[in-house]
Design a protein around this ligand. Structure first.
Ligand SMILES: Cc1cc2nc3c(=O)[nH]c(=O)nc-3n(C[C@H](O)[C@H](O)[C@H](O)COP(=O)(O)O)c2cc1C
Length: 167
């Protein structure tokens, strides 16, 4: 085996499921940030976990209001992943600026993109410092799916965004 850097490792776990982490700003609007570091953490009760970099505005929002929706994008909005992952809700209304159509879900005031394949609605229950990131463990109270949406994955690490095909 050859030794590589951890930053190169996602190339070898591709395709990696990508998400938008949706949280609520003080004015009630939704902020969306691109998030790759997430996984299932428990099934009974349902929990997921994700890791947020210490510079993210989403981190500040979740400290104040622990409500969150983690939404896996349909392929129609794959082109919003770089936009939402390279700008901050601190100074940008990403939904307006990038023209993202949104929808409401029952059980939360946080909106998600219209083109969402899977959405986890929950609240942060614990955090853990992980050096340049903070791990968030979340209780999930609702999960929604839209099977007509084709999910978006990162290929070649996160260099390309496309659906996942068997074979
Ligand atoms: C493909 C991709 C994946 C990303 N994954 C993560 C991630 O897992 N965790 C994280 O904190 N930031 C991740 N980011 C960076 C955030 O999306 C970025 O810091 C964003 O500006 C945060 O927005 P906010 O300041 O509105 O919260 C990713 C960016 C891209 C383009």
């Amino acid at each position: 085996m050859k030794e590589i850097k951890i930053a190169q490792a996602p190339v070898f776990t591709s395709p990696n499921p990508l998400t938008f982490i949706c949280s609520q700003k003080e004015d009630g609007t939704t902020n969306m940030a691109t998030l790759a570091f997430w996984t299932f953490a428990s099934t009974n009760p349902g929990k997921i976990m994700f890791s947020l970099n210490k510079g993210a505005y989403t981190l500040e929002l979740l400290k104040k209001n622990r409500e969150v929706v983690v939404a896996l994008p349909g392929i129609d909005i794959a082109n919003k992943l770089i936009a939402c992952g390279t700008s901050s809700g601190r100074d940008t209304n990403k939904i307006e600026k990038f023209g993202i159509e949104m929808q409401k879900l029952d059980g939360t005031s946080i909106s998600v993109p219209k083109h969402t394949r899977l959405a986890f609605v929950g609240s942060v229950c614990e955090t853990l410092d992980a050096d340049d990131h903070i791990i968030h463990l979340c209780d999930i109270r609702k999960v929604y799916v839209d099977e007509s949406e084709n999910g978006t994955f990162g290929w070649n690490g996160y260099a390309e965004f496309a659906s996942a095909k068997k074979g």
